[in-house]
Design a binder for this molecule. Structure first.
Ligand code: FPP
Length: 240
């Protein structure tokens, strides 16, 4: 399946640089997001091919809601088109991008219309009866601090007056059964987490590439994985 030395079980992707990709071509920012959506789908295919078991993509953060209304609408309509089209694309896709792939959404879904929530539920049902090779989590209207606060509030509501443990929080995250990311890749040269998987990223390795997200390719993914495989992960202990 792969000639790579050590493949991470879970990779998080901070898909950055869509706007700069478009501006550098004299195009409106929304074109960058369109190209970014294609790159997302290509990267899902590459993760599947390389034997990654979990991949989380940061598509829309709670903070992105402060962007101009037109840009938010462009991003949401891009998502709606993706959702409407995915089942047709699955049938015609020679690369078999979604075969044995499960898609889940993490984030605050209450922000979305009923129609969009139904589209999300339909996509989440994809391959429900199949053996799953890759689980893709799309972070949509997601914020890491918000996720932790929600988990704490849920615990307090269920267990008034009790002290909580780390496990109590982990068990109340959006996707508690998904293991924490081993590697987080951010494109466009930035080196911040920007509220992405704050709780889960405690021991993740971070990799930054100058490539803008729409140009991110399987070659770039392989380079990130090669860099990851050369790191010594200590999880707070000492090197063996
Ligand atoms: C950051 O680039 C990217 C986003 C805020 C949106 C990411 C969304 C996608 C790639 C589309 C995903 C689509 C689906 C269907 C899951 P930026 O706009 O901040 O770029 P800039 O920093 O260069 O301005």
């Amino acid at each position: 399946m792969t000639d790579l030395p050590a493949v991470p079980e879970h990779i998080g992707f901070i898909m950055d640089g869509n706007g700069r990709w478009a501006s550098s071509r004299g195009l409106p920012r929304s074109f960058g997001h369109e190209a970014g959506a294609k790159s997302f789908e290509n990267t899902v295919g590459s993760c599947r091919k390389l034997g990654i078991r979990y991949a989380t993509f940061y598509a829309f953060s709670t903070e992105n809601r402060s962007r101009p209304k037109e840009e938010i609408e462009a991003l949401m309509s891009l998502f709606d088109r993706y959702a409407e089209d995915i089942f047709r694309r699955i049938k015609t896709d020679e690369r078999k991008t979604y075969e044995n792939v499960r898609i889940r959404f993490i984030g605050d879904k209450s922000y979305f219309s009923e129609k969009r929530r139904k589209a999300i539920a339909d996509i989440e049902n994809l391959n429900a009866d199949k053996e799953i090779r890759l689980t893709v989590c799309i972070a949509l209207n997601y914020g890491g601090r918000n996720e932790i606060v929600n988990a704490v509030n849920a615990f307090v509501a269920e267990n008034p007056g009790q002290k909580l443990t780390e496990n109590d929080i982990s068990a109340r995250l959006y996707a508690p059964d998904v293991p924490p990311p081993d590697l987080i890749i951010r494109t466009a040269g930035e080196m911040r987490l920007s509220n992405f998987l704050l709780w889960q990223a405690a021991y993740a390795e971070f990799y930054s590439t100058p490539v803008f997200w729409p140009d991110f390719s399987e070659k770039d993914l392989r380079e990130a994985i090669e860099s990851f495989s050369m790191r010594t992960r200590k999880f707070g202990g000492i090197s063996k």
